[in-house]
Design a protein around this ligand. Sequence first.
Ligand code: ADP
Ligand code: MG
Length: 332
Amino acid sequence: DELISQIAAGEVVERPASVVRELVDNALDAGATQITLRLSAGGVRLITVEDDGGGIPHEELPVALRRHATSKITNLDDLETVATMGFRGEALAAIASVSEMSLLSRPAHQASAFLLDARSGELRPAARSTGTTVEVKELFFSTPARRKFLKTDATELAHCIESVRRHALARPDVGFAIWHEGKLVEQWRATFVPGQGDPQDAHDALARRLSDVLGEDFVTQSVAVQHRVGPVTVTGRAGLPDAARSRPDHQYCYVNGRFVRDKVLTHAARSAYEDVLHGHKQPIYALYVEIDPARVDVNVHPTKIEVRFRDSREVHQAVRHAVENALAAPRA
Ligand code: ADP
Ligand code: MG
């Protein structure tokens, strides 16, 4: 069973950044408003993710580590409409099988926190405010073949930061901080509380987050995308040629709040750049596609980075027109 878990882990956990992605997903699913990461040796030696979300009741801590344990779906129909980031119940089990993991958590109603050591199964009271801290030590310590494929600490750290960046660009209402070897390396403050304020506030919050994460020049050298075709809404910002100089190769696409890598979306955006700016290479953009969840399948790949659209032509056209309109609009 250990071996099966370790093999399954290979699908989910490739490197420290994959652990970061899964743990931040979980923190966001738990309703966190502040997420703090502490890394050591590029995340290979240590990754801790602290959140102020809803926490895990102490009797559920051992369950959270079990394979296919998820609190997020109860039947197959839920797969159609699932709005949370995770839903397979695989991540914690997979990570625990290739590291030394512990969970420290306290739901608001519980008098104290509890700490679960994944390896020994020991569960004991501990101190913590409401929320969860997941600690992952010595990634791949028992699978040296995997560990060998890791790159330098600096490269692994860069991948970890990129993983958080992808989340951060979708959630300006959540604060993120990343520490490495005791030094604060990135900090993006929350600027927007959902359910309060108007759409303009949401728009400003996103612009602020884009500026914090991708650089001020990206916001000044980009145009707003705002377009709706049938069931597909596309928002975000598309960089003008100069914006790409500071950060080439940064294309961020989101579908219903999830970061995705998708050929339909990148092809649509590239076509728009080719049409309007005549072959502008490596554009930089952040595009947010909102679509009826029934028209997109997010259950394609364990890492959830890939999606399949029911009607990819519909999405392609929407994104292409959205970016074309934005780039072609007269600018002040
Ligand atoms: P999934 O996210 O697909 O449900 P995971 O293995 O990532 O599966 O997590 C298992 C379960 O552990 C989750 O369903 C959730 O109930 C709980 N959990 C994990 N991380 C957190 C967290 N940071 N805060 C609250 N609950 C969590
Ligand atoms: Mg998860």
